[in-house]
Design a protein around this ligand. Sequence first.
Ligand code: MN
Length: 456
Amino acid sequence: MEKLVEQAVEWIKKAEKPLVVTHVDADGIVCGALCTITMERLLKRFVLAWCDVFTKKIADNIAKYNPDLVWIADMGSADFELIEPLITKGIKVLVTDHHQQKSKWPEHESIINLNCNLYGIDGGTEACGAAVTYLIAKQFCDPATLSPMVVIAAIGDKQAHRGLIGLNRSIAKVGMDAGLIQQHTGLMLFGRNTLGLPSALAGLGIPQINTVEDAINFLGRIGLVARRQDGSWKTFSELSNEEAALLRREIVLAMYGAGLTQDQISHYFCEYYTLPYEEQYLKYADEFAYVLNACGNYDRVDVGIGVLLGNKNMYQAAMNLLKNYRQDLKNIFEIATAGGVKYMDHVAYFVLPEGVPPSFTGGVSTKLLTHPVSKGLPIVVCAKDSKAGLYKYSVRLLEKHGVTIQDIARELCVRVEGITGGGHKLAGGFQATIETPVEKVISAINEVLKEKALVA
Ligand SMILES: [Mn+2]
């Protein structure tokens, strides 16, 4: 791999008309920042583009722009047929990615394919796209300052549930040694630094605390006064060590009381990471990733990159996007839980209302998966992407469903014409042409799940 990195560095140094293409999620946005830093250090003018899915249309647009080098990050493990016309045209193609490739690419002097899966690094758990992209960027910049970004990306891609491992971990360590990242273990709360404690606790998903009211009652019962002087709720990060320990102890007791086993309880704990030198919404790596996802959802990868590069105006812009994101998610959720979610025997599904950006399918499906409205079933969230002329499907599974996205992908491609996609083990996405009826795709997914359930 080192040799390829060296060669990639040579290509980038020599490029006169480079183009960077990255993905619109948190990981992709971090990749965009790492590519930007690389180009800036080399004083290169470059064009940055981003997309959700690497389609033929995107490949055609790249060919039309005709760069001498295209650097594709956090994606590009697409079909070789999409890449081939580019190299035929004389464009050098550099890929830094962690997604599973659908087909093996042939060796070619105009391709550098830095896909970690080809080098014994599992792209589902050990490396995010940014971890691979970092291997190049660190040749031009102090690795310690880049390390926190990779941690944010890995968390954005849900690779840190049991703590970072593999390449992600070794990169995180560089930042930890420099004091730029701190590692903690604790309750798997979201919003430790920004949500009032009852809201954060209600999101934990433990049996007795399903709502904010439940959480307020619980805090009262255990005698934890979590209010500030003005009466507003403290965040988790504002608790003293003693208060945090009390909370942790009482929650464990409550879970035992609800009949959970030690192993089940352990699922409510995780490793988490803080960035002590960042602003409020960016101090906790998971919340930073959330901000980046909010930017990506409104197609503002540029804003996300600006935040990562420390631009104050971009931070303000990102905060506005975050506010919209929360409001939109809330509205969509109300529709989902008020009868929007429909069911087949083996799957729950939700078609987003017209006008909602298709980028919302990922975030909404992740949130719905563990929501009671999904009844413990696998969830599919779908939206029409009129601009790209396709339907987008996000699928989320739980370990207990006994099926992986790869299982579904394999079968879907056979059963429904013109469908493509894939992803990680339990989270993935598919695209179908606008002519393919939504019912047909959902039925096909239902059938696959039914057959797999029969085998299991
Ligand atoms: Mn990724």
